[in-house]
Design a protein around this ligand. Structure first.
Ligand code: NDP
Length: 291
């Protein structure tokens, strides 16, 4: 039987609707409109599109959007000074510094200078630690979105055998931490894992975050498993054009899986929706408001 297709676009719209309701509730109860500041340094075309989309969706859900567009030649100190200003600004509840930063800027130093309670990307070491020890925190957006998609088709994650392929700080590791928090039995696989197909075949829930086009094949999938494909890879398509594919060979894996996310239209749309959700959470953490 063909797999259920997990519609990330529709589920992201549901998340944004919920965020808009949460914003209204915060305005009514605390007179608070959360604000998100996005800092863009340089002219990277993809980054410009992301920042534009983030700003538009921030306004759509009723939040305040602050955009800082700095030139490619901005010094590291000027960026650090801006982050300090935003850290101190009560109108700003979330700060996102768009990556990549120009080569002369130490990205780690800039990200670590963000107030952890305003770190809506969830990359600050304090938030990484809070996630692993189970405290209330800001969790990276892509893993959060992936977990929401998995829960749509697998509401009870307790005891589920989950395999995450990839151990990056922005996807693989926080994904594993989130699934552990849901009481899954988690295996983290990576480039040094022996017999990866056999490891994947044990998974009731398989998350692929590798960056290798269509690496996961049909015979890696346990029949009926839920497959979440985080990968976004641009490959040659028809008529000299390019197309996007995931880390999972979608068509063949959909013949075996119970449910699967497409690329595009799966995890991708969830990331900005979860960024908006994180901005509301950040505002609540700063004001000590319970969920
Ligand atoms: P990284 O390159 O930082 O990490 C890739 C991980 O995959 C590493 O842990 C690496 O292992 C592992 N890996 C590489 N090759 C293999 C292999 N042959 N077998 C097993 N494991 C392997 O990538 P990211 O985590 O940043 O991103 C992963 C994918 O997710 C990319 O396609 C990216 O574009 C996409 N992405 C999508 C987002 C979205 O919004 N949907 C957001 C962020 C990323 P090792 O550590 O041993 O090197």
């Amino acid at each position: 039987m063909a797999a259920q297709i997990i519609d990330g676009k529709a589920i992201a719209a549901e998340v944004r609707k919920q965020v808009a309701e949460d914003v209204k509730a915060l305005q009514a109860s605390h007179g608070l409109t959360p604000g998100l500041a996005v800092v863009l340094v340089g002219e990277d075309p993809a980054s410009k599109v992301y920042v534009k989309n983030k700003a538009a969706q921030t306004v759509e859900v009723g939040m305040k959007s602050f955009e800082y567009k700095l030139s490619e030649t901005t010094s590291e100190q000027e960026i650090l000074d801006l982050v300090q200003k935003l850290n101190a600004d009560p109108e700003v509840n979330g700060i996102l510094v768009q990556l990549p930063l120009p080569k002369h800027v130490n990205a780690e130093k800039v990200l670590n200078s963000i107030d952890p309670d305003k770190d809506v990307d969830g990359f600050h070491p304090t938030n990484v630690g809070r996630l692993w020890i189970g405290e209330r925190t800001l969790v990276p957006c892509t893993p959060t979105g992936s977990a929401i998609l998995a829960k749509k088709v697998m509401p009870r994650l307790k005891g589920v055998n989950a395999v995450v392929i990839g151990r990056s700080n922005i996807v693989g590791k926080p994904m594993a931490a989130l699934l552990l928090r849901e009481s899954c039995t988690v295996t983290i696989a990576h480039s040094q894992t022996e017999d990866l197909p056999a490891v994947c075949r044990e998974a009731d829930l398989l998350v692929a975050a590798v960056g290798r086009p269509e690496m996961v094949k049909k015979d890696w999938i346990k029949p009926g498993a839920v497959v979440i494909d985080v990968g976004i890879n641009r490959v040659p398509g028809e008529n000299g054009k390019t197309k996007l594919v995931g880390d999972v060979a979608y068509a063949e894996c959909a013949e075996v899986a119970g449910a699967i996310t497409p690329v595009p239209g799966g995890v991708g749309p969830m990331t900005i929706a979860c960024l908006l959700q994180n901005t509301v959470t950040a505002a609540k953490i700063q004001k000590n408001i319970k969920d």
